[in-house]
Design a protein. Sequence first.
Length: 153
Amino acid sequence: MPENGASEKKLPEAIVSSVVTSSAEETTAWGREFAKTLVAPALVLLTGDLGSGKTTLTKGLVAGLGAANEEDVTSPTFTLVHVYGKEKRVFHADLYRIESFHDFETLGMEDMFTQPGIAILEWSERFPLIAPWPQVRIRLEHLGRDQRRITIG
C-alpha cells in the first residue's frame, strides 16, 4: 500500500512495465491500447518533465476510453481541469501551475469522486493525493528527437 493510504491498481500481466515510442502517434496509440486495461474508478498519475508527452499520452487514453476524440483533448494547463464524456466521465487535470495546497483545493477535485470515473492527473508529483480510487503511476521521459520512454509503476 502506498504511503498516502490509497490503494494501487494491479496491472494485467500482459502490460509491460516500460516501452519506448518513436513518435507522437505511437505515444497516442499506446495510450489508446493502455486505456483498455483501465476500469473506473481509477486515478492515472502522470509524471515527467515539460515536453515529455503527458498530454499526448492523455489524448490516447481519453480516446481509448471513448470519452472524446483525440483532437478534442487539449492541455488543461490554464483551465486546470477538463471533463470529457457523459456516461463514461474522464477528468483531465494539470497540476503544473498549482503552487500551494490552497490552490489545489480550489480545483474542486473532490467532486470527481462522487461517481466512478477515470481521473488523469498531469504533474501528479506536485501533490500527494489521498484518494479512494486505485492508482496507476506512469512516468514519461523524453529520450531525444521524438522518442519517449513510458514506464508504468
